[in-house]
Write a protein that binds this ligand. Structure first.
Ligand code: NDP
Length: 251
C-alpha cells in the first residue's frame, strides 16, 4: 500500500470487532486487519461456524477469536460489549459488516412491510444497536474508528442518474436499508465530530459472495480493502463520508 498521510498502515495493538465475520467480506476484513497486527474479534451468530473461521485464521498465526454476536438480538449485543469491556476495556475499530439481502426482489408495489422490516432489522437496527453498545468502548480508544458496510445500490444520487447502473434493479428493502445506513453513518459522525472517533461508510463494489450467489465481479480481497482503509484512517482522515476505492461516493 502506498504511503498515505491519512492512513495508519499498521494496526498493531488495536482491538477490532467485525460483525458477520464467519464468511464473505467480514471474514476477509478480519483477516486483513489481523494481518496488519490488530487483535480481531469475529462477531458471529453461529458459534460453531465462528470457531471454525477463527481457528482457520489463528492457524496462520493471526490474533483472532470468535465472539458470539447476533446483531438483531439485544441480549447478544449487550453480552458482546460486556465481554469486550472485560477483556480489553476499549475497542479501537468497529466494522458493522453483518448484512442480509432479504428474500424480496421485484417492484416496490409488490413488497410487503415485513419484507422491509426483515432487512432493516439487520442492516439498520442492528447497526444502531451494536454501535450504541460499543460506543463507550470506542470513546475510550485513542482513535476509535467505525466503518459501516454500505452499497452504491443505496446511493440516492447513483440511483437517480438517468444512466444509472441500478435502472433495472428492484430491491427496495435492501437498497433503502443501505440508504438509511448512509444517514446513520452521517448522524454518528455528526455526534462524534469533536471526539477522536471517525465514522465512515465503505462501498466494496460488486463482490462474489454468498449474498449474490457468487455473481459479483470483484474478489473478497478487493472488496474488503476499502473497509480496512477506513478502519485504519489516521488522525487527519475524514469522517462522515462514503467511500469506495476511488474516493468519495455520492450519498
Ligand atoms: P454474506 O451473505 O456472504 O455474509 C453475510 C454475513 O453477515 C454472514 O457472516 C452472516 O452470518 C452475517 N449475518 C447476517 N445476519 C446476521 C446477524 N443478525 N447477526 C450477525 N451476523 C449476521 O454477505 P457479504 O459478505 O457479501 O456482505 C457483507 C456486507 O457487505 C453486507 O452488509 C452487505 O450488504 C455488504 N455489501 C456486499 C456487497 C457484495 O457485492 N457482496 C456489495 C455491497 C455491500 P451467517 O453465516 O450466520 O448467516
Amino acid at each position: 500500500m502506498a504511503t498515505n498521510p491519512h492512513l495508519d498502515e499498521r494496526a498493531d495493538g488495536r482491538v477490532a470487532l467485525v460483525t458477520g465475520a464467519n464468511r464473505g467480506l467480514g471474514l476477509e476484513i478480519a483477516r486483513q486487519l489481523a494481518h496488519r497486527g490488530a487483535t480481531v474479534l469475529l462477531g458471529v451468530r453461529d458459534p460453531r461456524r465462528g470457531s471454525q473461521a477463527a481457528d482457520e485464521l489463528a492457524a496462520t498465526g493471526l490474533s483472532v477469536a470468535a465472539l458470539p454476536l447476533d446483531v438483531t438480538d439485544a441480549a447478544s449485543v449487550t453480552a458482546a460489549a460486556t465481554e469486550i469491556d472485560r477483556r480489553y476495556g476499549r475497542l479501537d475499530i468497529l466494522v458493522n459488516n453483518a448484512g442480509i439481502a432479504g428474500g424480496f426482489t421485484g417492484p416496490p408495489s409488490a413488497a410487503t412491510v415485513d419484507d422491509l422490516r426483515e432487512v432493516y432489522d439487520t442492516n439498520v437496527f442492528g447497526v444502531v444497536a451494536v454501535t450504541n453498545a460499543m460506543l463507550p468502548l470506542l470513546r475510550r480508544a485513542p482513535a476509535g474508528r467505525i466503518v459501516n458496510m454500505s452499497s452504491e445500490a443505496g446511493s440516492l444520487t447513483r440511483n437517480a442518474a438517468p444512466d444509472s447502473w441500478f435502472r433495472d434493479y428492484n430491491a427496495i428493502a435492501y437498497q433503502s436499508s443501505k440508504t438509511a445506513l448512509n444517514f446513520v453513518t452521517l448522524a454518528y459522525a455528526k455526534e462524534l465530530r469533536d471526539t477522536a472517533v471517525k465514522v465512515n461508510a465503505a462501498n466494496p463494489g460488486f463482490v462474489a459472495t454468498d449474498m449474490n450467489h457468487r455473481r459479483g465481479h470483484r474478489t473478497v480481497e478487493e472488496g474488503a480493502a476499502i473497509a480496512v482503509r477506513l478502519a485504519l484512517l489516521g488522525p487527519d482522515g475524514p469522517t462522515g463520508t462514503s467511500q469506495d476505492d476511488n474516493g468519495p461516493v455520492p450519498w
